[in-house]
Structures are given as C-alpha cells and as structure tokens.
Design a protein around this ligand. Structure first.
Ligand SMILES: Nc1ncnc2c1ncn2[C@@H]1O[C@H](COP(=O)(O)OP(=O)(O)OP(=O)(O)O)[C@@H](O)[C@H]1O
Length: 302
C-alpha cells in the first residue's frame, strides 16, 4: 500500500493553475524530496496530500483513505512553511500540548533531544530566535510518533549547525522506519537526506528519479557570447535565448558546446561560461509526463 498518493491531481486558485495533472506515489519508508523554484506548486501539493486543501480535479489518498479522515490524520505529522507558536507558552509546554493530541506520542524529552532542543525547554516561544522557532516547529511534526511526515522547507532560515541538527533528527526518524516528504529549493539539501527527488516546475512533475540522475539533469551551464551570426543547431544545446547580438546558450556540456561553436566557424566575442541557477536549469527539463505538443514544450524554454 502507498502511504500517500496523488492521482492526476489538478488544483486551481481562481485563474492560477497551481498543479496540473500531477501523479505521485509515496511508499512506506521512503524519504522523498520535492524540488522546485518559487511558485512551482510544492506547497500546494503538500496541502492536498495532507488534507488542508482539496484538489480541483483528480484524487489524493493518505494512509489508504481520504486525507481529511481523523483516523489518517492521527498518523500524520506536518510542518507547513509558516507556523505560529503561542508566544507565552514555554517550549516544553508547546510540545506537551501537541503530544496530547495523539494516542502514543514520543516523550517530551525524546522530542527535544532528537532535535537538539533540550536547552530550550523552559524558554517561552515568543523569546526564541527565528531559527529556534523553526526547529521547534519542525520537531512538533514528530511528536505524535507519526508514520509519515510532510515538511515544507524545513531548514529555510537556519544556519549550518541548526540545519545539520535538524537533518539528524529527520534521518533518525527515517532510519526507524518513518516516511518523509520534504520540499526544498536546494538539491544539496535533498541530496543530504533523500534518495528520490521529484522535480516540480510550473505545476507539473518534471522529473522523478534518484538524486544523482536529477543532478545530471540540472547540472546545466550557461554559455554567453556576442555574435552577429545566427547560432547553428548544435548538439547538446538545450535552450537558446537572444538579446540583440548577445546569445545565452544552456547546455549540460559547455566545453563541447564551445568547441562545436569554434569548429562551426561562428565568430564571437565576450565568451562567458557560468553555472545556472536551478530556475534556469528547469527551463531545460523537458516535460516527460505530459502530452504537451513540441510547440508547448518550446514555450517552456523560450
Ligand atoms: N491561496 C492561494 N491563492 C492564490 N494563489 C495561490 C495560493 N496559494 C498558492 N497560489 C499560487 O499557486 C502557485 C503555486 O504555489 P505554491 O505555494 O504551491 O508553490 P511552491 O512551489 O510551494 O512555491 P515556494 O517555493 O515559493 O513556496 C503559485 O503561482 C502561487 O502564487
């Protein structure tokens, strides 16, 4: 049985198409990273899988049933992107408050120790730093001893040490058999935790593969040069953008592309090669799951 599942799910907000026919299966014991730029639809997908919102079309299942069923929700842990903690309560009290909602929670000490928060137990949450609040918010997702946890950008705003301590807590849960789905803008973060990466862009699944396969897909370089001559169709050229005589060429193999340009006799000046951002790399990912026509796919890279 899949622990969570989206089947051809579409979600609209008014005229905005946030998710467009997304299908995803999360098996027990997986640690899956959802990777995508701002506005890709990651949070929307989490909100559907956790029953906070309903799809406009398609179907979602959590723990074998409707995500809104209280019986399923008791086996679920969630930390959304934005959370509020009651400012006048102490960290230990907040943990106890959340634990009290579950039939077989972790002990207060276990929750705090797993996420390196034991020193904060008596502190009022209103006086915590942003990073400390975030760590408490993430730890709370685990308090009810859930089977599956959804974390929306769990380490945003954390320094390196806090991030590592949080990763350790997530890994420990996973090693104990727990299932985790987390979103991130950074492949490095997903690489540190997950084996499987689902790349979301413009509301669609662009890739669903191992971390190393996705790294290959998004390791794209941008070759820029000035030339009055049109670029010939060269192998390994994933996308082309032109501003007057300035060309920006995206390619997985910049050495080869430059050699090919020289071999083709294209005159140029001001050659520049640099790594791309994830957003740029996404433009080169073809839509493997859709039935889009080639013309529509080209629009993605224009
Ligand atoms: N409540 C809402 N009302 C209207 N539009 C929304 C709402 N929530 C999300 N959207 C839109 O849906 C699209 C997907 O947003 P979503 O928050 O799911 O993306 P995301 O991948 O989580 O982005 P980020 O990385 O910035 O958190 C965006 O265009 C966003 O503006």
């Amino acid at each position: 049985m899949m622990l969570a599942r989206a089947v051809e799910v579409t979600r609209r907000y008014g005229d905005t198409l946030a998710l467009d026919r997304v299908s995803l299966d999360i098996a027990p014991g997986e640690l899956v990273g959802l990777l995508g730029p701002n506005g890709a639809g990651k949070s929307t997908l989490l909100s559907l899988l956790t029953g906070v919102r309903s799809p406009s079309a398609g179907r979602v299942e959590l723990l074998g049933g409707d995500p809104r069923r209280p019986a399923s929700r008791r086996r679920l842990g969630v930390t959304p992107q934005e959370t509020g903690l009651p400012a006048s309560l102490r960290v230990g009290e907040v943990v106890d408050f959340v634990r009290a909602h579950y039939p077989d929670p972790m002990s207060r000490d276990e929750v705090l120790a797993r996420f390196g928060l034991a020193d904060l137990v008596r502190r009022q949450t209103g006086g915590l730093s942003g990073g400390e609040k975030r760590r408490v918010a993430v730890a709370l997702a685990f308090a009810g001893r859930p089977e599956i946890v959804f974390l929306d950008e769990p380490t945003t705003g954390l320094d390196v040490e806090a991030r590592r301590s949080l990763w350790d807590g997530i890994r420990e849960f996973h090693t104990g058999g727990g299932t985790v789905v987390l979103t991130s803008h950074y492949l490095e973060e997903i690489e540190a935790l997950a084996q499987r990466v689902v790349v979301i862009g413009n509301g669609r699944v662009r890739a669903d593969d191992t971390v190393s396969a996705v790294r290959g897909l998004v390791s794209v370089r941008r070759v820029s040069l000035t030339s009055a001559v049109p670029m010939p169709a060269l192998p390994g050229l994933s996308a082309t953008d032109r501003e007057g005589d300035r060309w920006h060429l995206l390619t997985p193999d910049s050495d080869r592309l430059v050699r090919d340009i020289v071999a083709a006799g294209v005159p140029f000046t001001d050659l520049e090669v640099r790594p791309t951002s994830l957003e740029e790399a996404f433009l080169t990912l073809t839509d493997r799951t859709s039935t889009d026509t080639p013309e529509e796919s080209c629009l993605l890279s224009s």
